[in-house]
Design a protein. Structure first.
Length: 425
């Protein structure tokens, strides 16, 4: 691991400039223009498959045990993603090619993910779904880890909030659009597994061609060692406490979020009582959430840049999500789920827009951005492991209503652990 550096070091040595948004270079403008569509293309998969298509496949195989089987499939896949994410980041950091460090892995990972998704459409058993989804999680992280590293690689500090806002919009539009797309293809799942990778491969191909990264052929690698490799999975909390607290905040909030939303279809079917009609409400909730996300991300990222504050936005967004968790308990109805979804959209959109910028300012190491962001990405992927198993255990032991208090407590913890961060206000 390289020596730790300060925010000032990052600004001076790893970003092209600190120009205000109105003075962005043409190259940077072109790069920014792709951030939303690239994230949409990737998160269409993340929204459609685990949110709609996979639960429908699991239900079709064994409806009586759908909650437990879904927990097993998504849990194993997320374990694989958690392991692969920092490794993919490290490999990307060390890649030397005329096309840069990130583009080869993004394009190759997109193609591999596409092939795995096509195969997933033909799975007709739980074991087959476990294998197929695990492969998708591995290959998709070959895309996401290098993409995440583009923030400190290519974006000036002064506009990182704007970049994070655009990324957040793309992620949320993609994830929610994926739910809508998944619901639209509920009767033709195999077709969905052709459309989703097709969109992703086309968009990422255009991105790496029209907004190319600088060549990395002349960069010098440090000799590889097993110790360095093992450090791929670790950033010292003692040496880098701000990174640690930011990691915990994301871990808590995402765990609370995925504990509830990961079972959205089953909640609508069994807790709200919609049965087979639940699939029709999924796209409605997607649109409601999207409206909340667009409103919050449109203001929170740029406003955070303007007033040079990150922590109040992250904490406030977490509290909004905690409040939202109360609504399905008070109103176990379609209206209650709509209001819950709207508030979650407002909170989660604001959180993602600002938290990415905050974390980019507390990265521990120069020259290993993708690796460090890969470690941070564990805070997003690990909840996908914890969430399904936690959800399944809670539902079996206490029923669906118990999911919401757990989500509330975790969201509050996500707000509180931001307080000790000292290097970012």
């Amino acid at each position: 691991m390289a020596n730790p550096i300060t925010d000032a070091d990052i600004s001076a040595s790893t970003v092209p400039s600190t120009a205000p948004p109105e003075k962005l270079t043409p190259q940077l403008r072109r790069f920014f223009s792709f951030i939303v569509p690239v994230n949409i293309a990737i998160y269409l998969v993340i929204g459609a498959v685990p949110g709609v298509l996979l639960p429908l496949q699991v239900q079709g195989i064994d409806e009586a045990n759908k909650a437990a089987n879904l927990a097993i499939i998504t849990g194993i896949g997320a374990v694989a993603a958690m392991i692969v994410s920092p490794i993919a980041g490290l490999i990307s950091d060390r890649t030397r090619s005329r096309f840069g460090r990130r583009a080869p892995w993004m394009l190759g990972g997109a193609i591999a993910t596409g092939l795995a998704l096509v195969g997933m459409g033909f799975a007709n058993g739980v074991v087959q779904l476990v294998i197929a989804w695990t492969i998708v999680q591995i290959t998709l992280n070959l895309v996401i880890s290098p993409l995440t590293a583009l923030l400190p690689d290519r974006v000036p500090t002064a506009v990182r909030g704007l970049f994070a806002t655009l990324s957040g919009i793309g992620m949320m539009v993609g994830a929610l659009g994926g739910q809508v797309l998944g619901a639209a293809f509920a009767q033709n799942i195999q077709a969905a597994y052709l459309v989703l990778p097709g969109i992703m491969i086309v968009v990422i191909t255009l991105f790496v061609i029209l907004s190319p990264d600088a060549s990395s052929k002349d960069r010098i690698n440090e000799p590889f060692s097993l110790v360095v490799f093992l450090k791929t999975f670790w950033v010292s909390p003692r040496r880098h406490p701000d990174f640690f607290w930011g990691f915990l905040s994301r871990l808590f909030l995402f765990t609370g979020y995925f504990t509830v939303t990961g079972y959205q279809l089953y909640i609508l079917q069994d807790y709200i009582g919609l049965g087979d009609d639940a699939i029709g409400l999924v796209p409605v909730l997607g649109v409601v959430s999207l409206i909340g996300i667009v409103i919050s991300t449109a203001f929170s990222g740029p406003l955070s840049d303007r007033i040079r504050r990150r922590k109040p936005f992250v904490m406030g967004a977490s509290i909004v999500m905690a409040i939202a968790m109360l609504l399905p308990l008070a109103m176990p109805s379609v209206l209650g789920m709509i209001v819950f979804t709207a508030l979650c959209g407002l909170g989660f959109g604001a959180y993602m827009a600002v938290d990415s910028a905050l974390m980019s300012e507390v990265l521990p190491s120069e020259g290993t951005f993708a690796k460090d962001l890969g470690v941070l990405n564990i805070a997003a992927t690990l909840p996908q492991t914890i969430g399904p198993f936690l959800s399944g255990a809670i539902v079996v032991a206490f029923g669906y209503p118990a999911l919401f208090p757990v989500g509330l407590v975790l969201a509050v913890l996500g707000a509180l652990v931001v307080i000790p961060i000292k290097s970012v206000r």
